[in-house]
Design a protein around this ligand. Structure first.
Ligand SMILES: Cc1cc2nc3c(=O)[nH]c(=O)nc-3n(C[C@H](O)[C@H](O)[C@H](O)COP(=O)(O)O)c2cc1C
Length: 448
């Protein structure tokens, strides 16, 4: 789809995201996640590296599946404590001009009328630089804390998400005409009431008359990201996502996933090429191979295997403390994140033991780890971009913020030298800088 590589920094407003134990590395700054200046520095560095966006994962609930208690997760800072990412965005936008911000929000535990207002506000405040990573949430502990007896079933969560998106499109795209706000001091008309419509949504989960309370923001609908990989999750992504976060551990699995989603998008009446694909990747780079290897060794030593198992137990909703570490991981159908299970059990090329999964997943869960000089790391990025056909990457950090700085100082110049990465941003909104279009693509259900 693209002629140049897209980059997102994949991070979380918490101590640990997906490299559990890395907060112990010398000089690591993860503990400063609640410090505004940590994030404004991240924003400046990401923009210097031509990143499209900083992509914030987020979770509701606590990782209490492992050993059937929360002790490991709390002790080892497994995505707890964490703060809400949305509130960081205005501060990060203030110190940047073009960088975008993808915010993860759950369709299971938000109300669409309320979330539409929050995203419109962020889109106004950032001059159109916001994306919505649509998730359905997977932890049982979130349901309990948010007033539900049980977590909704996996596919039912996606049904609610479908209707949730339908409401958002009506609020963002249909409720206010472009020229509704007239601001005519003389006549005293700020907004022409004829140009603001109710949405009168009546569905299975929501009854929402509207209209939207916010006037149209630069992008109206934020850029839409999604990461589902179960059958139902893929259907949802094929219908709604503009960009998909791919989480598959082998090239073949990524190729199959991309082909499958493009086919499903076409079935939904969309241009299959309007969907962009971003695998996660963990670059570990040094000026020489020795330096890179030394970093890799230090990062691997810092992995907290028990913490990783606590994280994965939440991802797959299965207590991995029950299993013999040398036991092969069997395929299961989970009510949580099917894609993480599939990543380790649905490929023919390898059988993974529990111990191997914990060790591999310690540096970024299911994503490939690339270790080497700037040229070697750039080779790998180029290979995925040109030969495998992905559009960009969600770059995962291990040491914070050193991994990002290393990447921007060492790999970005090499990618630019090769003409793979832009030198300057083009376009005003995030959708323009990432996709070269102003609105949702034709054939998308939210397209006006
Ligand atoms: C790579 C990846 C990243 C994800 N990030 C988040 C996240 O930050 N927050 C969240 O609640 N869910 C996250 N999810 C969960 C998905 O959005 C989705 O709700 C879940 O995977 C269930 O769908 P599936 O079974 O189709 O994969 C992520 C999933 C994957 C595969």
């Amino acid at each position: 789809m693209t002629d140049r590589m897209r980059l997102n920094l994949f991070t979380m407003n918490s101590v640990e995201h997906v490299s559990v134990g890395s907060w112990r590395l010398p000089g690591d700054q993860s503990h400063r996640y609640s410090d505004r200046e940590y994030w404004t520095d991240v924003a400046r560095t990401a923009e210097r590296g031509g990143f499209d966006a900083v992509f914030f994962a987020d979770v509701r609930g606590i990782y209490d599946v492992y050993s059937d208690d929360r002790e490991t997760a709390v002790e080892k800072a497994v995505q707890t404590p964490s703060n809400d990412p949305a509130y960081l965005i205005p501060a990060m936008a203030e110190v940047t001009d073009d960088l975008g911000f993808a915010v993860t929000k759950s369709t299971s535990y938000n109300h669409p009328y309320q979330l539409a207002r929050e995203f419109s506000t962020l889109d106004h405040l950032t001059d159109g630089r916001v994306a919505f990573n649509i998730v359905t949430s997977y932890l049982e502990s979130a349901a309990a804390n948010l007033g539900y007896d049980d977590r909704m079933d996996h596919d039912e969560r996606y049904d609610r998400a479908d209707e949730f998106m339908d409401v958002l499109y009506k609020l963002f795209e249909d409720s206010w005409d472009d020229d509704a706000v007239v601001r005519d001091r003389e006549s005293g008309v700020f907004t022409d009431p004829e140009k603001v419509s109710a949405i009168d949504h009546e569905g299975e989960h929501f009854e929402i008359p509207g209209p939207h309370g916010a006037e149209p923001s630069p992008q109206r609908t934020p850029v839409l990201y999604q990461a589902g990989s179960s059958d139902r999750g893929r259907e949802f992504a094929a219908e709604h996502a503009e960009a998909v976060f791919v989480s598959q551990p082998s090239v073949e699995a990524v190729e199959d996933y991309v082909a499958d989603l493009r086919e499903r998008a076409a079935d939904h009446g969309r241009d299959p090429d309007s969907l962009a694909f971003f695998p996660g990747i963990v670059p570990i780079v040094g000026e020489t191979e020795e330096v890179a290897e030394a970093k890799y060794d230090a990062y691997t030593d810092a992995i907290d295997t028990e913490g990783v198992l606590a994280l994965l137990s939440g991802f797959v909703d299965m207590d991995l403390s029950d299993l013999d570490p040398d036991q092969k991981l069997e395929h299961i159908e989970t009510e949580a994140i099917q894609g993480v299970v599939n990543a380790f059990t649905a490929n023919d090329d390898r059988d993974w033991t529990v111990r191997e999964v914990a060790e591999f997943a310690g540096l970024g869960t299911t994503s490939p780890v690339v270790v080497g000089t700037p040229e070697q790391v750039a080779d790998e990025f180029q290979y995925w971009f040109e030969d495998v056909g992905v559009d960009g990457f969600n770059v995962k950090e291990v040491a914070r913020p050193d991994s990002l700085r290393d990447f921007v100082d060492l790999v970005v110049p090499e990618l630019r030298e090769r003409g793979l990465l832009r030198d300057e941003y083009d376009g005003e909104t995030l959708r323009e800088t990432t996709f070269g279009r102003r609105g949702l693509p034709d054939g998308h259900p939210g397209s006006r």
